[in-house]
Design a protein around this ligand. Sequence first.
Ligand code: NAD
Length: 262
Amino acid sequence: MASLKGRVALVTGSTSGIGLGIARSLAAEGADIMMNGFASQADIDRERAAIENDFGVRAGYSGADLSKPAAVRQMVADTIAALGEVDILVNNAGIQFVAEIVDFPEEKWDAIIAINLSAAFHGIKAAAPGMKTRGWGRIINTASAHGLVGSGQKSAYVAAKHAILGLTKVAGIELANTGVTVNAICPGWVLTPLVEKQLQDRAAKSGKSVEQEKLELVSEKQPMHEFTTPEQIGALAVFLCSDAAKTITGAPISIDGGWVAE
Ligand code: NAD
């Protein structure tokens, strides 16, 4: 039996990459899905229809720009209006920018903190009261191995990812004994558009092929020279939504080929 039938999941940044993998995995377990993120209308229509047709669930879409707190609140309200509740909130949308601190554009710092960190605060604040009232909820934040360790040239990203682990802990403590758990998934390298852009930038700088850069990127940081897939992260999200995971809360959960073991 589909374990999440009757649940509604709002997955931010689910037009692409990890968010799309999580949305499809939750839908495969029967959850209705509110998608969010940027993409062409044709791509949004295709992915939304695919979720509905492949899994027999309802799928909506919110174009909320998560850099704006009011838009995050509206996205939660729109999900409740369209699908009834928010039972599962996955704060996943994220952006990256790579430069040393002395060269880091201030507007990029502000945008990364707003989208990768503050949007999760505003989303939890808006969605948690309904979960508490119903006595069941799952909040999953997509953090990163960069929530646990740093790398040069990623000041805003690493700061936001460390901070979202702090937010995860506090929300987990505050919502303990309400039926709501709050956890963070900390992936290592996942081959998505966010990482493909970094690979292309590296190849342009080094003169090496993207394929060569792929191997070097993954082996620089991970003992295991293998990318995690969005589907594997989706499967972890499904587990965090299960009864077996009901006492896991406030936790960073690594899925990173051993990155933070070193
Ligand atoms: P991606 O670029 O494929 O997807 C990012 C999603 O966020 C897209 O749907 C995009 O439209 C959406 N988004 C960006 N800005 C937005 C905004 N202002 N408002 C609403 N939506 C917005 O990237 P991804 O690799 O799938 O990343 C997803 C999450 O996983 C991010 O939080 C990222 O930091 C994290 N992560 C990725 C990796 C990796 O190796 N790819 C590793 C660890 C953590």
